[in-house]
Design a protein around this ligand. Structure first.
Ligand code: GLA
Length: 405
């Protein structure tokens, strides 16, 4: 009863608060959020031991130092709502409670994220937030939640803009800054309306751990990372500081080859995607850690200019060139070999001019000279006065930073 009185008082003070509600918390994601999420590896097998161990591993592996911040429990942490409608975690899996778990994650210098759904039930069949948005937002604030992924299952009759705006307002009203991650899979074009509602929005359905496959689940398909990234055209202008297109959590370290993992990470960086690892960070190969913590590739993703890169060119042999303008006149360029054969490249930089209509920057090596730095080889390999001669193995990339001299 005492608890109920406290909640009611909090809710009333929120209603009377002079804070302008209806606007997301500004400035929480000036660069794409980085972290880890339980879903891609563990699905519904989540408990507090796993989350604590994941937080420990993020610190011990160097991922925290590389910038990974949010530790997000995806679906299936839920227990039941109590008689007053407040949600509680599953008491068997989270016996210490969410506040204690958030405190643990915070004690590691990391941030704590959780998952809910705009519908009556989550995609995994647990209680959703529909009709409980303000109550859930207060609960999350009390637990110490810093990041909310908000899904779109079981939402019959709901309007996406309205439903996501309601939760955004609820979070704002609860008063604790929360990064709000919209997960409606691009069905109703969140890139057109998500900017004031949340900080990132999924552009596509669920990713899976392959290069370019499609896995049919009957009513829906999950997509390999290249299909995911290739699916939505013309949405890059919607992304920018504090509002990002999200092609889904990463599949690195989950069974693809090292080349494929490297290509995946490079492309996520080029398109300024949120870098949310989805592997078992407690058991990572050295190669996986090296990919996930490559600071120079991360710097491309996190560049403060905040421009989503573009595909400059592709050809019928599966060769693609991607580019991203960076601060102080630098550019990242990623050469991708999608084919099954190795690919030789011989590139005359002076013949390439890449224009970006968002930043209004142009890469033109006839006007400035750039040092060419190989971001996976971690060395300067040339400059743009010389031809770039390289060989890229199948399903791999050459990713360079052009550093303006
Ligand atoms: C949806 C989301 C996934 C994951 C699951 C959880 O499929 O797109 O990322 O959150 O729900 O059930």
């Amino acid at each position: 009863m005492k608890k109920f009185f406290f909640m009611s008082a909090a809710a009333v003070s929120i209603l009377l608060s002079p804070v302008a509600v209806g606007q997301k918390f500004q400035g929480l994601a000036l660069t794409p959020p980085m972290g880890w999420n339980s879903w891609n590896t563990f699905a519904c097998n989540v408990d507090e031991v796993l989350i604590r161990e994941a937080a420990d591993a993020i610190v011990a592996s160097g991922m925290k130092d590389a910038g990974y911040q949010y530790v997000v429990i995806d679906d299936c942490w839920h227990g039941k709502r109590d008689s007053l409608g407040f949600i509680h975690p599953d008491p068997q899996r989270f016996p210490s409670g969410m506040k204690a778990l958030a405190d643990y994650v915070h004690s590691k210098g990391l941030k704590f994220g959780i998952y809910s759904c705009a519908g009556d039930q989550t995609c995994g069949g647990h209680p959703g937030s529909r009709g409980h948005e303000y109550q859930d937002a207060i609960t999350y604030a009390q637990w110490g939640v810093d990041f909310l992924k908000y899904d779109w299952c079981n939402t019959d009759g709901l309007n996406s803009v309205g439903a996501y705006t309601t939760m955004s307002k609820a979070l704002r009203a609860a008063g604790r800054p929360v990064v709000f991650s919209l997960c409606e899979w691009g069905d109703t074009k969140p890139w057109e309306w998500g900017k004031d509602v949340g900080h990132l929005w999924r552009t596509t359905g669920d990713i899976t751990d392959c290069f370019d496959c499609e896995v049919n689940h009957g009513a829906w398909s999950s997509l390999g990372f290249l299909k995911t990234i290739g699916m939505r055209k013309g949405i890059r202008t919607a992304a920018g500081p504090d509002h990002w297109n999200d092609p889904d959590m990463m599949e690195i370290g989950k069974g693809m080859t090292q080349s494929e993992d490297r290509a995946h990470f490079s492309l996520w960086a080029i398109v300024a995607a949120p870098l949310i690892a989805g592997n078992d960070v407690r058991n990572m190969k050295k190669e996986t850690i090296e990919i996930l913590t490559n600071k120079e590739v991360i710097a491309v993703d996190q560049d403060s200019l905040g421009v989503q890169g573009l595909k400059y060119k592709d050809d019928e042999q599966g060769f693609e060139v991607w580019a991203k303008p960076l601060q102080v006149g630098d550019w990242a360029v990623c050469f991708l070999n999608r084919s099954e054969q190795k690919r030789k490249i011989e590139l005359d930089w002076s013949k390439i001019v890449i224009g970006d209509d968002i930043s209004k920057k142009t890469l033109n090596t006839n006007e400035a000279i750039f040092t060419v730095r190989d971001l996976w080889g971690k060395k300067n390999i040339s400059d743009t006065k010389k031809k770039l001669i390289a060989e890229i193995t199948s399903h791999d990339v050459l990713m360079v930073r052009l550093i303006k001299q």
